[in-house]
Design a binder for this molecule. Structure first.
Ligand code: TLP
Length: 358
């Protein structure tokens, strides 16, 4: 489907518009009061999500941020600490909800280029629970795909290794799987296997899966009950919300009528963009002075840099051609492919970058 705005908007996969079928499903959704547990469409979506990820239960929430926050609230007590990646969304981009709402500190570990944290560093980051000076480690969190490493997918083996470290110490593992289905498609491994070892997972419907709103949290039944209570506390108990859950049921269908399989197109588009950018003068990879390695475009992100001090002018020049990218940390630029971006848009983008970068 061509872009509904006429722009080539590569700022994020959050800009996707719902499909015509999703809009029809929203109009026709069977609804009820979901705080009473009466919305049949929400119930179907939650059942589908739990089944798909191999967990006992699920909870539909307004956003990925809310999904992570209710998960933290359900897992943690005040004065506890999470171990998470230094630039993970939960630590960097959720307005410090872990601190402000949950009352938890974050002990952070930087990611390696493949998006993983060193397991030995995770093990070493656990606090001594017998020392009254220290916070109590209450949760380990992973992000899959890992955004700041150019959307690297984390394997089931790695997640199981981290889960074992956490579980040996009596601590649960949460996965921020905002783009978990991108990892499924990139690795060719079902999402349920990727998160089998995790105690809870948040995944987003409103990114590459093209739904207008919403994320889903999955986990054990008792965890989901606590998360539901936390959602209520945050004012996130919604009423006839089947109108928002209906697109999710379309997105999560198996096969070509759903929105998961087609993520492969986004990945191919990102790879094509990265390959072309890597060959251009004036374009580098995310680390200063190092060439862009197109093999790192494994999902739908391309992160790169232009000459020092040129970023704003570069983005402005693209904008003048109707192409949007976004500033990313450490002087980098991010381009994200998604539903609505087609191969021809990528070619137009490559030509525009060729004019703007040198
Ligand atoms: N990410 C957005 C921005 O907030 C940065 C984006 O454009 O990438 N986890 C991860 C890994 C995310 O990337 C995001 C959103 C979230 C959680 C939060 O999801 P929402 O935006 O639904 O609260």
């Amino acid at each position: 489907m061509p872009s509904p705005t006429g722009l080539i908007d590569l700022r994020s996969d959050t800009v996707t518009h719902p499909t015509p079928e999703m809009r029809r499903a929203m109009a026709e959704a069977e609804v009820g009061d979901d705080v009473f547990g009466d919305d049949p469409t929400v119930i179907r979506l939650e059942e589908r999500a739990a089944e798909l990820l191999g967990k006992e239960a699920a909870l539909f929430v307004s956003s990925g941020t809310q999904g992570n926050l209710v998960s933290l609230m359900a897992h943690l007590a005040r004065g506890t600490e999470i171990i998470a990646e230094t630039e993970s969304h939960t630590v960097m981009d959720e307005a410090a909800g872990h601190a402000v709402v949950v009352g938890a500190s974050a002990r952070t570990i930087p990611a390696r280029p493949d998006g993983t944290m060193d397991p030995a560093a995770i093990a070493a980051a656990f606090r001594d629970p017998s020392d009254p000076h220290e916070p109590i480690t209450g949760l380990v969190a992973l992000e899959n795909t890992h955004a700041h490493s150019m959307g690297q997918p984390l394997t089931a083996t790695y997640t199981a290794e981290v889960a074992a470290i956490a579980h040996e110490r009596g601590v649960p593992l949460h996965v921020d799987g905002a783009r978990l289905f991108n990892a499924q498609v990139a690795l060719g491994v079902p999402a349920r296997e990727l998160v089998e070892a995790a105690d809870s997972v948040t995944f987003c419907l409103s990114k590459g899966l093209a739904c207008p709103v919403g994320s889903v949290v999955v986990g054990r039944r008792d965890f989901i009950w606590r998360a539901r209570r936390a959602r209520k506390l945050l004012g996130g108990g919604m009423r006839q919300v089947g109108v928002l859950a209906a697109p999710g049921l379309i997105a999560l269908r198996d096969g070509p009528t759903g929105m998961i399989e087609r993520l492969a197109d986004d990945h191919a588009n990102a790879r094509r963009l990265a390959e072309a950018l890597a060959a251009m003068p004036g374009v580098w990879g995310p680390e200063p002075g190092i060439p862009l390695d197109p093999a790192r475009a494994r999902t739908n992100f391309v992160v790169f840099r232009v000459a020092p001090g040129r970023r704003a002018a570069f983005l402005e020049s693209l904008r003048g051609e109707g192409i949007l990218m976004v500033e990313y940390p450490h002087e980098t630029i991010r381009a994200v492919t998604h539903y609505g971006i087609e191969a021809a848009d990528v070619e137009r983008t490559i030509a525009a970058v060729g004019r703007a970068a040198p």
